[in-house]
Write a protein that binds this ligand. Structure first.
Ligand code: ADP
Ligand code: MG
Length: 248
């Protein structure tokens, strides 16, 4: 299993600093990137997936080698579910995954093995031949997760996979994420605490482009006022609550 190391990464959009001096190291496990809208979560994910170019100065290495040197070898290790992604409503789920597999350069034989496996994992096998247009929000999100895991990526990046889903669907996505993470780096962004509280090995709190804190929930809870229950919700309030607003 590899490791992904990020050092001193920054990104400006004009005057706006979307990410400031971000450093972290990822090995197998679930990493929750938690922060309100505009915190820089998608920017970081776009940089890791090489869709956005960071400011000069920072580095990203995979097993010690800069990812720019690894080129497509690095990209093949990544599975990415972007925050905004169009789905082709006239495609069937199977055809969509076939299309995504070909974009990823999977051979026909590989795709024929991997697509059923991915469909199985996200529990869409029964509707594989149905058109996406008739899918519920939760089914669409699960299909997007399925495309992210085609090609056996070692790094899976899910940008707000539970956006717009009801609580029942969120639970389903949560256990799906858990089942992915055995031998992979899974980085999942959200602004909803309950999505990751019970499944994240590490939580990264991102505030105005700055990594405000990182650790397991128990570790982060050590900074809470005495007597305050050690929940991620309270930790979140501690960092993101309005001025003077105590977590409990
Ligand atoms: P999050 O995903 O946490 O909501 P983003 O990474 O999307 O945050 O955005 C971080 C900040 O960078 C926001 O202030 C956003 O408006 C700004 N930003 C993101 N992408 C762009 C862009 N392409 N052009 C200009 N500003 C951007
Ligand atoms: Mg975002």
């Amino acid at each position: 299993m590899g490791y992904l190391r990020i050092e001193n990464l920054s990104k400006h959009y004009g005057q706006k600093q979307a990410l400031r001096d971000f450093s972290a190291c990822f090995t197998a496990g679930i990493y929750a990137l938690l922060g309100p809208n505009g915190a820089g979560k998608s920017t970081l994910m776009n940089i890791i997936t090489r869709n956005v170019c960071p400011d000069s100065g920072g580095t990203i290495t995979w097993n010690g080698t800069e990812i720019v040197r690894l080129g497509t070898e690095y990209l093949a290790k990544i599975g990415y579910m972007p925050q905004q992604q169009g789905l082709y409503n006239n495609f069937t789920a199977y055809r969509f995954l076939g299309y995504m597999a070909s974009l990823k350069g999977l051979k026909r034989r590989e795709a024929a093995l991997e697509i059923p496996r991915a469909l199985e994992l996200v529990e869409l096998t029964d509707v594989a031949a149905k058109r996406i247009g008739g899918f519920s929000g939760g089914m669409k999100q699960r299909l997007l997760i399925a495309q992210a895991i085609l090609g056996k990526p070692e790094i899976v990046i899910l940008d707000e996979p539970t956006a717009g889903l009801d609580p029942k669907q969120r639970v389903r996505i949560r256990s799906l994420i858990q089942s992915l993470a055995e031998d992979k780096i899974v980085i999942v962004s959200t602004h909803i605490v309950s999505d990751v509280e019970s499944i994240a090995d590490q939580v990264l709190l991102l505030k105005d482009g700055v990594l405000a804190a990182q650790g397991a929930v128990e570790e982060l809870a050590a900074c809470l006022p005495v007597g305050c229950p050690p929940t991620l919700e309270n930790i979140y309030m501690q960092y993101f609550g309005d001025e003077g607003e105590a977590p409990c």
